[in-house]
Structures are given as structure tokens and as C-alpha cells.
Design a protein around this ligand. Structure first.
Ligand code: ACO
Length: 322
């Protein structure tokens, strides 16, 4: 069976780290409040020379190095972002140019925090249908540019960063097939006013700022994520106990704990980076995945569940044998 096999991972963070204590000098908040409610201690914030495309290019370069392949052999680039460099062209084409590859497919996907899961699902479909052979799937964000730095209910929660994976279409046989085994994606536009940006080219002509009803987002996140994880496990014909690692979207340590509990997964099986990175939207899943691969926790053959939920609402999960 033709499968999308993961060949390498990479990630990138801006140079500047910003602690809770530093934020508490700008807005009426405290390290204690942020840590207790979210698990976040630190986030990275892009400087003027750091952009969604530059972070994406760094992450992609590292993923290509880890995979041991040349950029020129990539024929599909899908970049998930809600903070593109420009309204158009797609930031994926800027990354394509930076990497020095030409002529393949390159486009952006917008599904906010679920963007990487959506991009992975689209790439998997395109690889298995024969439209492309080798793909770079990237999540990259500079949310610091769309935060209201005077709104303490949102500005403490987010950070900037990028993560990338290289996928290749490969024939896989037998019981322990490598690659993406199952993916489920969902959206429900009825809730799009719980988490949104109050601007855009077609409405206000401005970039806008992020607005969120955090408590309601939290409630939906726990229910939707538990449901989609069950769907993917069922579709793959496996059970929760088969999962070696859960690599969730890093929104809030309490959402991660609640999701693991609902699935009866022990906390040691959950990769958690939210404390250091905060919520990096579409970048958070590939960033966490790369960290766990590089520190030796996730190894070839492991069964890894990725999941995310974000604005829209959009949500999804994907099961991969590394
Ligand atoms: N510092 C200090 N006090 C604060 C801060 C802050 N940074 N932010 C809010 N408060 C205050 C509020 O003003 C409120 O005060 P009041 O009671 O006097 O009115 C009080 O703290 C409680 O506010 P709540 O919003 O009810 O706090 P809650 O316990 O719900 O925590 C949080 C808020 C952390 C946003 C939580 O709801 C959450 O994590 N929601 C999920 C949202 C999320 O992660 N979204 C990311 C994108 S979607 C996704 O990725 C899944």
C-alpha cells in the first residue's frame, strides 16, 4: 500500500525569549496566574528580521538535513499559517524560492491552530494519489504580530515559531507499515466568533488583532479532541494502549492533561512543550514532534498520535508510524 512516510523533522524559534516576568511589566498579570492557568512560563517573539517565511525556511532546512535529501527533490510544499508574510503570494512560494526548489506545487493552508493537521492530511492525499512524491509540510507562525499587547487575556498565551516534516510516498507491506495510517479533520463554522481576528483584507482592510472567549474555547477543545482521537484510533483498527506518544497542539497544559485523562493515556506519553513555547498555533505540533525526535524520545517504529483544535472551529488528528 502506498503510504506517506515521514523521513525527517525540523523546527525553528525566534532569537528572543520572553518570560512571564517580562510580560508582567507590560500588562497587569503575574507569573503565578499564567503558570497556574496555562502551564506557560516562556514564549519566543520574532524580531523585525524574523518572519513566518524565514522561520519556515529554517525549520524546513533542518527537516531536509534530518531526512538526508536535497531541497530540489521536493515537489510539494504545503505551509500552514494564519500569519502569512503577505496577503499573497502564498508564503509557501517564498519558502520554495528560499530553499532553491522550482516548479513543484506550493501553497498555504489556513486552519489556524489545526493548520498543520489539515496540511498533513492534504499532503497525504496528494502523495497517495500520485500527484507528488516528496512533500515538505510546514507550520509557521508569527502570532506576536496579531496580538493585542494590551489585552492580558490573550497576549500571555501565544508565541512564534515553526516546525516542518518531510514526507515521501513509499510502498509499505505487512503489519508494521510506516507512514500516516489514519487522519480525520473537522470544522464547525457556527463557533467562529469564539476565536477570531477582528480584521482582514475584505472586511476592514487591516490586519486586525486576535480576540478570544477563552473559557468557551477550552470547553469545546476538550470534547472535540477526545472525539476525534477516538475516531482515528478506530479507523486505524488500533486501541489507545497501542499509542506510544501523543503529540498534541500546545494550547494549554490543562487542555493537554484533560485530553490525556479522557483517553486513559499516562502523562509520560504526552509530549509537552507549551511551558517553553506557549501556543504557536500551526507550528506547535511539528515543533513538539521535532523536539521529541531530537531528544530521542520518539524513535523509528513508534506509533505517534498528532492532534489539534483551533479557530473556526477546526480540529483534527492523525496517526503516524514513524
Ligand atoms: N493575568 C491575570 N489575570 C487574568 C489574565 C492574566 N493574563 N487573563 C485573565 N485574567 C483574569 C480575568 O480578567 C478574570 O478576572 P475576573 O474574574 O476579575 O473577571 C479571571 O482572570 C478569570 O478569567 P477566565 O477567562 O475565566 O480564566 P480561565 O480560568 O478560563 O483561564 C484561559 C483563561 C487560560 C484563557 C483559559 O480559558 C484557556 O486556556 N482557554 C483555552 C483557550 C486557548 O488555549 N486558546 C488557544 C487557541 S485555541 C486552541 O489552541 C485550542
Amino acid at each position: 500500500m502506498l503510504r506517506s512516510v515521514l523521513l525527517g523533522t525540523g523546527s525553528a524559534l525566534p532569537r528572543r525569549a520572553v518570560s512571564n516576568a517580562e510580560l508582567a511589566k507590560q500588562v497587569d498579570t503575574s507569573d503565578e496566574w499564567i503558570v497556574e492557568r496555562t502551564g506557560i512560563s516562556n514564549r519566543y517573539v520574532a524580531g523585525p528580521d524574523e518572519t513566518t517565511s524565514s522561520l519556515a525556511t529554517d525549520a524546513a532546512t533542518k527537516a531536509l538535513e534530518a531526512a538526508g535529501i536535497e531541497a530540489a527533490t521536493i515537489d510539494l510544499i504545503i505551509l500552514a499559517t494564519a500569519t502569512p508574510d503577505q496577503t499573497f503570494p502564498a508564503t509557501a512560494t517564498t519558502v520554495q524560492n528560499n530553499l532553491g526548489c522550482r516548479g513543484g506545487i506550493a501553497f498555504d493552508v489556513a486552519a489556524v491552530c489545526s493548520g498543520f493537521l489539515y496540511a498533513l492530511g492534504v499532503a497525504d492525499s496528494m502523495l497517495r494519489s500520485g500527484m507528488a512524491k516528496r512533500a515538505l509540510v510546514i507550520g509557521s507562525e508569527t502570532f506576536s504580530r496579531i496580538l493585542d499587547w494590551e489585552d492580558r487575556t490573550t497576549c500571555v498565551l501565544f508565541g512564534d515559531g515553526a516546525g516542518a516534516v518531510v514526507l515521501e510516498a513509499q510502498e509499505q507491506e505487512g503489519e508494521q507499515q510506516r507512514g500516516i495510517l489514519a487522519t480525520r479533520l473537522h470544522a464547525d463554522g457556527a463557533h467562529n466568533q469564539l476565536l477570531f481576528v477582528d480584521g482582514g483584507p475584505s472586511t476592514t482592510g487591516t490586519v486586525g488583532k486576535l480576540r478570544m472567549k477563552g473559557r468557551e474555547v477550552f470547553r469545546h477543545a476538550v470534547v472535540n479532541l477526545a472525539d476525534v482521537l477516538k475516531e482515528v484510533i478506530e479507523e486505524a483498527g488500533l486501541s489507545t494502549s497501542d499509542i506510544d506518544w501523543l503529540v498534541p497542539h500546545q494550547a494549554n497544559a490543562r487542555i493537554l492533561d484533560a485530553t490525556a485523562k479522557k483517553l486513559n493515556l499516562s502523562p509520560e506519553k504526552v509530549v509537552m512543550t507549551v511551558g517553553q513555547h506557549a501556543n504557536t498555533s500551526a507550528a506547535s505540533v511539528p515543533l513538539a514532534l521535532d523536539q521529541a525526535v531530537r531528544d530521542g524520545r520518539i524513535v523509528k517504529g513508534d506509533l505517534v498520535m498528532l492532534e489539534a483544535m483551533g479557530g473556526g472551529f477546526t480540529w483534527g488528528a492523525s496517526l503516524i508510524r514513524m
